[in-house]
Design a protein around this ligand. Structure first.
Ligand code: JCF
Length: 672
């Protein structure tokens, strides 16, 4: 094949895979295949340097480190936004607009989540990315072109046709929460400094003189508008601008909506606030803009900010307060967790008076002392944490935090394994704190599900010394339950009934309820399916254990250790003696596994059932379902818009069936 054509094909393929991966969140080829194509392209370009172009996907990485950043002047100023914090402010914002426009009918607004990232300006000329800059002072920023090019979600060349000859595209570069966690995990492992929040991580990553470092960070972008544009009339509304951006392959936040008045904006704000904790990125409010561009122009600017747009901020997530004391809480596994007692402070809409300090390594790294003024953060529904110390405010008598030598609850010895960051109380169920947590876990919904046996009741039962282990729960009498605080005879009877009902359980639930370290619901399920009865599991050795799905060396050791403890065996015996029982798990019979030995691959979109559901059903019938097509594949199930996997299957001569055929096949064995 002509090298030029081949190179062009490879670039197109790679760009398409990038688009699927970064824009649609829907990878269609395994990483290895992508890497292979990428290497092939690189090799060809090396052999034909005359065919190399600036927008080749190979040109994203590999630029030489800079000495310093050059200045870059924006063609049009980059504005900031005024903030507002409540619905009254929003009404006032809208009234000012209507007054200025001398208009009293509602006008449309575009609402979008306000990304907590770094504003950037991307200049495209003739569809090619020319320069990229930070906001800087609004007029001039730093030229970060070579760092921006490493961000795979940003097209080096705009898709489609008819783009303005010269256009500045504005957006916010950010790190998704998962990428942020990955960076900080790495920092912890390397003993380097962690970033306090995703915004700092994004800023730090963009401000690297060596773009190979930027390339390793999981940066991405949402674009939200334009600056200079050589074609003045290419859109009438802000929503149309966003549509253009999307059609050019620029990522645009999928949450953005047009609202017909400010009540709509308020609803949007409330909805996004509720959704905030489930979004995969950090946002700190909602941006509200007049949709009509003519009206925008009429409204103009005040100082640095437009009159036609505003940021409706969420309540603060970080606040400053005094760290008054530190206490150590003992968890289910005996781990002693330092907890900061704070002067109560309002953060993100709630009053916070306790925050976790995680462990001693964290305390040391952040150099936290009693008496310090600290920054507290509350993110979504997670436990508030101490982020950092305000060193300027440290009093001379600030006190070092030390790990107690004994368990603060039971005074037993504490122990820290060399390989671990945590110190633990060694007393197991003898420690009342551990016992309470173990019992709560035992009674919880995914374990033995003792409905009505709440945390407060369990705590009383332990404090009254009525229960020493989970089996003792079954020996507490009606009178004893009824004698506890906030318990009437009726609720005491309910607890007894729930305990009685909980005796009829399943092996996976029972295993999970034991609280073996790192044996969660899934592992418990896998262990139960594999060994099918408790005795077989209790007799399994290390090698037998690691043969189970998802069980590694550490979990295997935890299981061995648990069952080696005579005390734990005794609790199990007592539970069984109390009548806790479960049905035997049948060995899968040949009839129940008609698809045993068959390898399936699923691809494309399915309409009658999700891919996960199809996968679960196939596995239930004994089939193996894998992610990529090989010569060992027996069937490729191709849904709508099947792509490269379908092609590969056809090349390899693998049998391809469509969704209807799969439904037919499954309906022979199970109801679908
Ligand atoms: O998401 C943002 N942080 C964001 C910032 C979104 C916008 O639509 C913006 C912005 C800053 C200025 N719009 C302007 C005009």
């Amino acid at each position: 094949m002509d090298a030029k054509i081949h190179i062009e094909q490879l670039r197109q393929q790679i760009n398409e895979f990038n688009r699927q991966y970064y824009l649609e969140d829907n990878p269609t080829v395994p990483d290895a295949e992508y890497d292979r194509l990428f290497r092939e392209l690189k090799q060809l370009e090396e052999e034909h340097p005359d065919l190399l172009v600036a927008d080749s996907p190979t040109q994203r990485v590999g630029a030489a480190p800079l000495e310093k950043f050059q200045q870059s002047k924006h063609l049009q100023a980059m504005l900031s936004l005024d903030n507002l914090f409540n619905f009254q402010d929003l009404q006032a914002f809208c009234k000012r607009i209507l007054d200025r426009l001398k208009q009293d009918i509602a006008i449309e607004f575009v609402c979008e989540p306000k990304m907590d990232g770094i504003a950037v300006n991307l200049l495209y000329e003739n569809g090619l990315l020319k320069t990229a800059a930070t906001r800087g002072d609004g007029a001039t920023g730093e030229d970060i072109t070579q760092n921006i090019k490493t961000i795979q979600a940003i097209p080096l060349k705009l898709q489609g046709k008819n783009h303005p000859q010269r256009i500045e595209i504005r957006g916010e570069v950010y790190i998704p929460l998962a990428g942020f966690d990955a960076i900080n995990k790495q920092a912890r492992e390397h003993g380097t400094k962690e970033f306090a929040n995703p915004r700092n991580a994004a800023a730090g990553s963009l401000r690297q003189l060596d773009s190979s470092i930027t390339a390793q960070r999981k940066l991405t972008i949402f674009t939200y508008g334009i600056g200079f544009c050589s074609d003045e009339n290419f859109a009438q509304t802000h929503a149309q601008i966003l549509d253009h951006l999307k059609s050019w392959g620029m990522p645009v936040c999928p949450e953005i909506k047009v609202e017909s008045d400010i009540n709509g904006c308020e609803t949007f704000y409330q909805n996004i606030l509720n959704k905030r904790a489930t979004l995969p990125y950090e946002i700190d409010g909602v941006v509200i803009k007049v949709n009509d561009l003519k009206l925008q122009q009429q409204l103009g600017f005040v100082a640095r900010a437009p009159r036609f747009a505003t940021a409706y901020k969420f309540p603060a997530q970080e606040e400053m307060t005094l760290l008054e004391d530190v206490e150590f809480q003992v968890g289910r596994t005996g781990a002693l967790t330092p907890v900061a007692r704070l002067q109560p402070v309002h953060v993100g809409g709630v009053t916070v008076s306790n925050a976790t300090l995680h462990n001693m390594d964290e305390i040391e790294r952040k150099d936290v002392r009693i008496g310090d003024t600290v920054i507290v953060r509350r993110a979504g529904d997670v436990i508030p944490e101490v982020v950092s110390v305000v060193m300027q405010k440290r009093p001379p008598n600030a006190k070092q935090i030390t790990m107690p030598a004994q368990c603060p609850v039971c005074q037993s010895e504490v122990f820290r394994a060399e390989s671990e960051a945590v110190t633990r109380c060694t007393a197991g169920l003898y420690c009342k704190a551990q016992r309470k947590e173990a019992l709560k876990h035992f009674a919880s919904r995914k374990a033995l599900d003792v409905d009505g046996l709440g945390d407060k009741i369990i705590e009383q039962a332990v404090d009254l010394d009525l229960v020493h282990d989970p089996a003792d729960l079954y020996a507490v009498t009606l009178q004893q339950w009824a004698g506890m605080d906030r318990m009437a005879e009726k609720s005491a009877q309910n607890v007894l009934d729930a305990l009685q009902a909980s005796k009829e359980t399943t092996l996976p639930r029972f295993l999970f309820s034991l609280g073996i370290r790192e044996v969660g619901e899934t592992t418990a399920h896998n262990l139960a399916q594999h060994f099918r009865n408790l005795d077989a599991l209790m007799q399994a050795d290390h090698d037998a254990l690691i043969a189970v799905d998802d069980v590694g060396v550490v979990v295997a050791e935890n299981i061995l250790h648990f069952f080696a403890e005579p005390h734990n065996r005794n609790v199990i015996d007592k539970l069984i003696a109390q009548g806790v029982h479960w049905p035997v798990i049948e060995a899968p019979s040949a009839e129940s596994q008609p698809l045993a030995g068959k390898n399936f691959v699923l691809t494309g979109t399915m309409s009658t059932m999700g891919r996960d559901e199809a996968k679960a059903k196939l596995i239930g019938l004994g089939a193996k379902v894998s992610g990529s097509v090989s010569k060992n594949t027996d069937y490729l199930v191709a849904g709508e818009k099947a792509g490269s996997k379908l092609k590969k299957a056809q090349e390899l001569g693998v049998k391809v069936i469509d969704e209807d055929a799969l439904v037919n096949l499954l309906s022979v064995y199970v109801s679908v």
